[in-house]
Design a protein around this ligand. Sequence first.
Ligand SMILES: [Fe+2]
Length: 390
Amino acid sequence: MNVIHAQAGDRLEAAQVALSPSSGGIELTAQTGRQCLHPVWLRERALADGAFDPNNWQRLFEPCALPEDLTVTAVEHVEPDTLALSFSDGASGTLSLTALARELGWLADPHEPPAPEPWTAGTRPRNEARWGELDDPRAMIQLLGGFFRHGFCVLHDTPTAQDSLQTLAERFGFVRNTHFGKLFNVVTKPNPIDLAYTGRCLPGHTDNPYRKPIPGIQLLHCLENTVEGGLSTLADGFAIARQIEHEDPAMYRVLTTTRVRFRYQSDTIMQAHGPLIETDDRGELLRVRFSTRLDYVPAYDPATLDGYYRGRRRFYELANDPAFQITNTFKPGMLIMFDNQRLLHGRSEFDQSNGHRHLQGCYIDHDGPDSLYRLMMRDGREPGKDGELS
Ligand SMILES: [Fe+2]
């Protein structure tokens, strides 16, 4: 099936529609494909007075109560983009051909956030903006588009008052509370409850794979940095996964199928399971988990574990390979927002005696930026702001 990468407003050309007596539904044919559509599938989507709440687009009828033997009794192409349908239960309604084509994958949905594009140091993406620039909706959409493609973005010249991260993060989503607090301070501490609170080198990792659910997006905000060292690193876990799949398909299979236990214990005990590389039923990458200080693979036989440990070692090598990493030196007012289920972050060692390094961090969920992007693409402006796209 072909997918047209359409711009907003694109329409399905030369569609033909006919009743499908064998299925009770309709058959839709266009130059992009042919699809037989189930009568209940159509009835669930048909627009009619009283069918949907106009404020929230939730159905005002119960689709599970529709007759099992429901059929489409008539279909007519009434306008260039509109089908009118009648159903055997007496209901009638209309459907947009463009909406159908988007749901069938025949047309791209212009409101859909861009798909991930794996990157390495050689293709270093630059998703950067100054905080004040985001008042322009076009700058915000461009930044978010880059974030979805590459899994991170960098903001400069943000306010640096203590705890201002709360306000910065709320521009993108709801801040998630954890036992680290809504905001956590990444500074050196005696008797730290996490290695982040030391001056040690932190190899590339994803945060908190022991949580249910794992934090979606992390924001790190620099308030002060006068130390030498402590470079912040980012690597794309999706690029690492694709590299391993390319090099050694058997190793990739081990890393996508071995279910590992991740456990944290200090002032709270948390535990969750999952593979280092998680894919969906089509083999598409969903997320990576990589935190070698707190992962526990089951006691498989030594030959099986040899394979797993080879795979984990290769993942580690790539995660810390300069060819896969980009580095940033945190300056006051700099904020990095990254997908914690895709990117690995780390930092080089720093000497805590020669200066002071103070970052604040927090987590938000994926649906914050996702919703913001969809709303801005639909409405042409950021919710709560006056500016409009032109
Ligand atoms: Fe971390």
